[in-house]
Write a protein that binds this ligand. Structure first.
Ligand SMILES: [Ca+2]
Length: 489
């Protein structure tokens, strides 16, 4: 069996009893699910799509997961929608965003390692067919407000050239939230034009999204991709948000919490703008983080961090950059009144599923896509179905991890190698390695990783990293200083 056939296989045993909701709701979901894609799209249910990403948000760091960080607007969306308890992404920014745009794992097109670095001249392959292209073809207006991070060195990689009617925000992965700079260079665009603006980026994104909504003709379906840079480093927030967390002693945690609340407040304004425009009832809102919160300083970003990273992915292990659950099982919700069953949705979903799911709701055609890794996750999203049986966390030259049902293999191939097997049903915190007791399952999952590795595209990051290292300036100390030091000795 090839990995392709496995991915599309429905390994779900049965619909869960969470379906036992109200009759009216069931009728709505059943009606929507049974319609053919075209019919589904032609009815009144063809929704506007508000797709909100947070950047490096910890799994535990929202009010509806029990945090003391205030997120009342997200909590309200979660209470009225589905809290997605097993929604997976890639462990880093660029790969997750690429997976969302393509419906394909980043290992297919060389983005499985690292992120597009500031000095990187590559981007998401231009022969990939992207979500905004698909939606645009069926009449959606497509807008990106926020971070792109899928290539910046050549305009052919920029959002306006990839299916977005408009773009407002930064192209790279990490900017100063007030100066909108990366490495001292402004990275802030409106469409294809560099602009200089004052303000805190999170607030500018919220204001722009609300402005676009208030000017939007509700008869035209809208895809608004709102990709916040919060709460990614550097940890910065306006004083009034910092003041809300004056009781938090650690300055990083205080600013991190302030950034999350600032983002939440903007989400509230955007939802209010939907309401004011009469679009709320016909808008699917999806919210999730692009990867887990940072637990390892290596992935914290470009600036130095005093103390421990402030994010929490509890109860999950590790965080951003890691193949353990803390890096990839992210805080997520979906909300569409009357169409998505409120409550906990425990089905397994991966961000690659979102392109086929949204395309189907929109009646969009994906014939131009290369073979998809994603499958339509509507039943898992809307009605709590079990979702996909298999998840590919990532496969790259040094590591790989896959999930098959309850079993998860994490394989570090570099010397000294390490293989771990976890039973995620019994041990979602990945505390007990069961590889020694289950050699057959280990062998089977290793075969899957190897099969994927045989087909993967070469990682684009490596050549760039090597070039950057080999072309770096000479590292010997300044000659004059060195002579002074020698005299001191
Ligand atoms: Ca991120």
């Amino acid at each position: 069996m090839t990995d392709r056939t496995e991915k599309t296989e429905d390994q779900a045993p049965s619909r869960r009893d969470v379906l036992a909701g109200s009759a009216g709701f069931l009728a709505a979901v059943a009606g929507l699910s049974l319609l053919a894609p075209g019919a589904r799209a032609q009815g009144a249910t063809r929704p506007h799509i508000l797709y909100i990403l947070a950047d490096d948000l910890g799994f535990a760091d929202v009010g509806f997961h029990g945090s003391d960080i205030k997120t009342p607007n997200l909590d309200r969306l979660a209470a009225g929608g589905a809290k997605l308890s097993q929604f997976y992404t890639q462990p880093l920014c660029t790969p997750t965003r690429a997976a969302l745009m393509t419906g394909r794992y980043p290992l297919r097109y060389g983005l499985q390692v690292g992120v597009v670095p500031s000095g990187g001249t590559y981007g998401l392959a231009t022969d990939e067919f992207l979500l905004p292209q698909a939606l645009k073809e069926v009449g959606y207006r497509t807008s990106l407000v926020g971070k792109w991070h899928l290539g910046h060195a050549d305009r052919k990689y920029w959002p306006r050239q990839r299916g977005f009617d408009s773009f407002y925000g930064p192209l790279v992965g990490e900017i100063d939230h007030f100066k909108h700079e990366a490495h001292g260079v402004t990275d802030w665009y409106r469409d294809n034009t560099l602009v200089k603006e004052e303000g805190y980026d999170t607030e500018l994104f919220g204001a722009e999204a609300a402005r676009q909504l208030s000017a939007h003709d509700p008869k035209t379906p809208l895809f608004l991709y709102l990709a916040f840079t919060a709460p990614h480093t550097p940890f910065q927030a306006p004083q009034r948000y910092l003041d809300m967390y004056a009781h938090i002693a650690d300055p990083s945690r205080r600013a991190y919490a302030a950034m999350i609340t600032a983002m939440d407040e903007q989400i509230g304004k955007v939802v209010a703008a939907l309401d004011a425009r009469g679009m709320r009832e016909n808008t699917l809102i999806v919210f999730h983080s692009d990867n887990g919160g940072t637990r390892n300083k290596m992935f914290v970003g470009e600036g130095a961090l005093a103390g421990d990273p402030p994010a929490s992915n509890a109860p999950y292990r590790d965080g951003k950059g890691s193949l353990y659950e803390g890096g990839t099982r992210v805080v997520a919700l979906a909300n569409w009144p009357g169409h998505i069953k409120p409550g906990q949705a425990n089905g397994v979903m991966h961000v690659v599923d979102m392109l086929p799911t949204l395309a189907k709701l929109a009646g969009a055609d994906l014939k131009q896509s290369k073979p998809l890794d994603g499958t339509d996750a509507w039943a898992a999203l809307a009605a709590g179905d079990p979702g996909r049986g298999e998840v590919v966390y990532n496969v790259e030259p040094t590591t790989g991890a896959v999930r098959d049902g309850k079993w998860k293999l994490v394989w570090h191939v570099l010397l000294p190698p390490k293989v771990e097997l976890f039973d995620l049903d019994a041990d979602p915190e990945e505390k007990t390695d069961l590889s020694a007791q289950n050699p057959a399952k280990v062998a089977e999952l290793k075969d899957k990783v190897v099969a994927l590795a045989r087909t993967m595209a070469p990682p684009l990051f490596f050549a760039t990293a090597l070039k950057a290292t080999l072309s770096a300036p000479l590292a010997t100390p300044d000659a004059a200083l060195y002579e002074l030091e020698m005299q001191d000795d």
